[in-house]
Design a binder for this molecule. Structure first.
Ligand code: UGA
Length: 432
């Protein structure tokens, strides 16, 4: 089967490599020549565990090109996996989806199924089909299918090869059969539905997870007030299979390229249809406050950060990725800089991207020790394993004043008590 994929971002590239792994020939198309150049050298333009190895292993079945006309002309299935970023009003920006749709319509010369993998508002697949038909240059049979993606950054390859479901939204049996042929090699369970329901499954899933995080974060905030421990509370809740133990980790809020955008987009869609999605609105508001929670806590110790030596551990939106999109660090660091703090920061893979935003304002360090040396305060924004494993007795030995504000509950409170530090975390008592 010959497959083309428009867009070599996380979703497009990981899907391409995993489809090549099960034996398909896949052509990846992107307008970014630099990216295609890197891919043609056998390197991955994104940091994603296992991706480069699988790319190299399947290189005979993978082609990377900017020449969309050639790529789309004689292919059985074309995936659209381009970005749908947030617009100022919260709605999803669909210009890339429709741009690619027009390119496909102008290029295809044989019957073909167009599969929308990008996260798109309900009804978009119908519009894609309309745009396709309006712009077709040849008399060929095309159908559109919705096939949302559920991979997470940092575990994208594993998530794709072992997904818990493959959602396929189709309007005909023929489209279903073609999509089954694409995916049967994975041996995973299917959810077959109509296109609108498939589009909704994606948003409803992401927004439910965002809601779950905001819920546990609110319970954590209340735990702080009434003297309970959120880690124990989450454990006690999570053992009930109706609740489940995943996504109950309290912290300084969700970030990344999906939850913030997808909660706002669904909220926008509801408003557009004169419906108020109260739960999601609340999840968004809770998350915005949660992200700057540590700064509020730190103000109990210092009313401003002018001239203070501030150590920052973790810059990315979560461990396992160099992605900074909607990372809590990006909400907190401007406040610290505005106050006139001297910031030293450490992150195992996020520094190069951070330098593009703050080339001079921050001193970047290679080790945690170097970062915390002489610091008056230390913020933890991302739970990298290196931070979890760090010998906490070094905080009091190396810092000028051992005040730690941990936004990801990296340390066990019993161990913290022996480490002679002042420790504030989320949903747990202060240790001092
Ligand atoms: C998310 C979903 O988990 C994927 O299923 C989905 O396919 C993807 O969005 C997408 O739409 O493309 P991702 O954004 O890569 O994946 O990252 P997650 O692991 O879900 O984490 C999102 C944020 O939630 C992170 O900032 C993380 O720190 C936070 N989080 C997660 C918590 O604060 N607590 C938790 O218990 C779990």
């Amino acid at each position: 089967m010959k497959i083309s994929i428009a867009g070599t971002g996380y979703v497009g590239l990981v899907t391409a490599v995993c489809l090549a792994e099960i034996g398909h020939n896949v052509t990846c198309v992107d307008i970014d020549e630099k990216k295609i150049g890197i891919l043609n050298e056998g390197r991955s333009p994104i940091y994603e565990p296992g991706l480069e190895e699988l790319m190299v292993k399947n290189k005979e079945r993978l082609t990377f090109t900017t020449d969309y006309k050639n790529a789309y002309k004689d292919t059985d299935v074309i995936f659209i996996a381009v970005g749908t970023p947030e617009k100022k009003d919260g709605s999803a920006n669909l210009q890339y989806v429709f741009g690619v749709t027009k390119q496909i319509a102008e290029s295809i010369q044989q019957d073909c199924i167009i599969v929308v993998k990008s996260t798109v508002p309900v009804g978009t697949n119908d519009k894609v089909e309309r745009v396709l038909r309006e712009n077709l240059k040849k008399d060929v049979h095309v159908e559109v299918a919705s096939n949302p993606e559920f991979l997470s950054q940092g575990t994208a390859v594993k998530d794709t090869l072992n997904a818990n479901r493959i959602v396929i939204g189709v309007e005909t049996k023929y489209a279903e059969e073609v999509l089954r042929k694409v995916y049967d090699g994975f041996g995973l369970p299917y959810v077959i539905t109509d296109r609108r329901s498939a589009e909704m499954i994606k948003y409803a899933s992401n927004d439910f997870l965002a809601l779950k995080i905001s819920y546990i974060n609110e319970i954590a905030n209340l735990c702080e007030i009434v003297g309970a421990n959120i880690e124990d509370v989450a454990k006690g809740m999570g053992m009930d299979p109706r609740i489940g133990d995943k996504f109950l980790k309290a912290g300084i809020g969700y970030g990344g390229s999906c939850f913030p955008k997808d909660t706002k987009a669904l909220n926008w869609l509801a408003n557009f249809n004169d419906y108020e999605l109260k739960t999601i609105k609340a999840a968004i508001e809770v998350n915005e406050n949660q992200k700057i929670k540590l700064i509020k806590k730190a103000r109990k110790y210092y009313d401003n950060f002018s001239g203070l030596n501030v150590a920052v551990l973790g810059l990315t939106f979560k461990p396992g990725t160099d992605d900074l999109r909607e990372a809590p660090s990006l909400q907190n660091i401007p406040i610290l800089l505005e106050d006139g703090a001297n910031i030293k920061a450490w992150d195992p893979v996020g520094i190069e991207n951070y330098k593009k935003i703050y080339p001079k304002e921050i001193k970047y360090c290679n080790t945690i020790e170097e970062t915390i040396k002489g610091a008056d305060i230390c913020f933890i924004f991302t739970e990298w394993p290196e931070i979890n494993k760090f010998d906490i007795s070094l905080f009091s030995k190396l810092m000028k004043y051992p005040l730690i504000l941990d936004g990801r509950n990296c340390y066990d409170l019993e161990k913290v008590k022996k480490a002679k530090i002042i420790y504030e975390s989320v949903g747990r008592n202060t240790v001092n």
